[in-house]
Design a protein around this ligand. Structure first.
Ligand code: 5AD
Ligand code: SF4
Length: 452
């Protein structure tokens, strides 16, 4: 069952109505989990509201990948105390990665919380809400391990054009900086049949773009007899009505020629490669336990570009990993200049307790990390701008997403390569459709054009 959130927002006309709100931090997997949490609450009579002070249930779906996210979330949890004192019947639930990690600690830190529910328990929400409604007590629902695959639950989608579809859960990689394998468990792939069925349904409901989700989509199927990621891509390429298929996130070690060729020969799979390099230094890559070298990675980039010269390549980079000297950081700078990424998401290394890197020697001072981040962003912005400029005066295919969030007078959409395009508000009736846009001015993060 999928329904649209926006069409279900109603004002509080009746005293009998019960409302819920979800606040989501972190990655797309969390966004999709929130949609499944919303679906379950809807199935027991709650309606979505974006007004915190009219909600009967507030769920905060959390992320713990970096300390900065955790701090922000604790701040938000603190803010909710006021609402609880006004309405003692309000149910406040903390779900997701931080709940999985901190468990009952959360009750100690914030006694106004009613529910702490881990990542493996997303499908059990209804039982816990009923338990709290009946007993007014607190519930801790954090399983150490996931069932192989959790049962399907109703989903309330946030958008009407693009939808997320999880293809696997968990991660087996244990990169030494990363908390994800500890809070999301081992890799579990969904059957191809279930994934295709879900996408078929989305196509029938009018969705145009699908993003396949997993922490490491390239290892899809390794835990089952399902076939591999390329087989899955082939199976989802021809679903009716779906115009574009994306996926995230890839691990460069597991990206291979079979996948690249499948994408090239496909109709709908977008020529967009997000390949997190994390560092341009082989010394750091080895300490990160990434399982590839910069030489191997460059070879991959070359294969992609020789088969699909128009493809975009983006990445994630962490600066200030323990032991990163100025010279090793310079290797990362040189590396991004060699690859010429369309865009890079850059992060300050954050010590996550329980991960091997947290106790490594030679932790880098914050000021040094910040200076490196700045340098890296400046270098990348220059590259992004240079690549985007090459699109000026060209006509690109854009899927119209809606009115631009930063300017009411503009429409926005994305190219197949996932670049944001905005243009004067002409063609509002084309939301959800593919249009041709001529690019007039290219900037670092956005292309400005006009409808052809
Ligand atoms: N510190 C900083 N960045 C991190 N990431 C994962 N763990 C950490 C950490 N401890 C980044 C990686 C990953 C992205 C989603 O978050 O670059 O690709
Ligand atoms: Fe974390 Fe590495 Fe798994 Fe990505 S592949 S989720 S960075 S452990």
């Amino acid at each position: 069952m999928t329904e649209n959130l926006d069409t279900n927002k109603k004002s509080n006309q009746s005293e009998n109505k019960k409302f819920f709100t979800t606040i989501t931090y972190g990655c797309q997997m969390n966004e999709n989990d929130s949609e499944r949490l919303s679906g379950q609450l809807k199935s027991i009579g709650y309606e979505y509201s974006d007004k915190l002070d009219e909600a009967d249930i507030i769920l905060i779906n959390t992320c713990c990948v970096r300390e900065s996210a955790e701090k922000k979330i604790y701040g938000k949890i603190g803010e909710l105390k006021r609402l609880k004192s006004v309405n003692p019947n309000l149910i406040i639930g903390i779900t997701g990665c931080m709940a999985q990690k901190d468990r009952d600690e959360l009750f100690k830190k914030a006694p106004h919380i009613d529910l702490v529910m881990g990542t493996h328990n997303v499908h059990t929400l209804v039982d816990h809400i009923k338990e709290i409604e009946e007993s007014k007590g607190k519930v801790l629902a954090v399983w150490d391990q996931a069932e192989r695959l959790a049962p399907n639950v109703p989903t309330v989608r946030k958008g009407q054009i693009s939808a997320w579809v999880p293809i696997m859960y968990g991660c087996n990689n244990f990169c030494t900086y990363c908390i994800v394998p500890y809070v999301r468990g081992r890799e579990r792939s969904r059957p191809i049949k279930d994934i295709v069925e879900e996408i078929n349904q989305l196509g029938e409901e009018g969705f145009k773009e699908i993003t396949l989700l997993g922490q490491n989509v390239n290892s899809y199927g390794k835990d089952s007899e399902e076939g591999d990621f390329a087989d899955l891509l082939k199976a989802v390429d021809s679903v009716n009505n779906i115009e574009r298929i994306r996926y995230m996130t890839s691990h460069p070690r597991d990206m291979n020629e079979k996948v690249i060729n499948t994408i090239r020969n496909s109709k709908n799979i977008c020529e967009q490669f997000h390949l997190p390099i994390q560092s341009g230094s082989n010394t750091i890559l080895s300490r990160m336990n990434r399982g590839y070298t910069t030489e191997y990675y460059l070879d991959l980039v070359q294969k992609i570009r020789s088969l699909m010269p128009e493809a975009s390549i983006t990445t994630d980079i962490i600066v200030g990993f323990p032991g990163e000297t100025e010279e090793l950081f310079e290797e990362t700078l040189a590396f991004i200049k060699k690859v010429k990424y369309d865009a890079a998401y850059t992060f300050l290394y954050s010590q996550r307790s329980g991960t091997p890197a947290a106790t490594m020697e030679e932790q880098i001072p914050l000021a040094v990390k910040k200076a490196r981040l700045q340098k890296l962003m400046e270098a990348q912005n220059e590259i992004s701008l240079h690549l985007n400029k090459q699109l000026e005066h060209r006509i690109v295919e854009v899927l119209v997403e809606g009115v631009s969030k930063s300017d009411d007078n503009k429409l926005m959409g994305r190219t197949r390569t996932n670049k944001i395009v905005i243009w004067e508000k002409v063609g509002i009736e084309k939301i959800g459709q593919l249009v041709q846009v001529e690019i007039k001015t290219a900037q670092t993060w956005v292309l400005k054009g006009s409808l052809v």
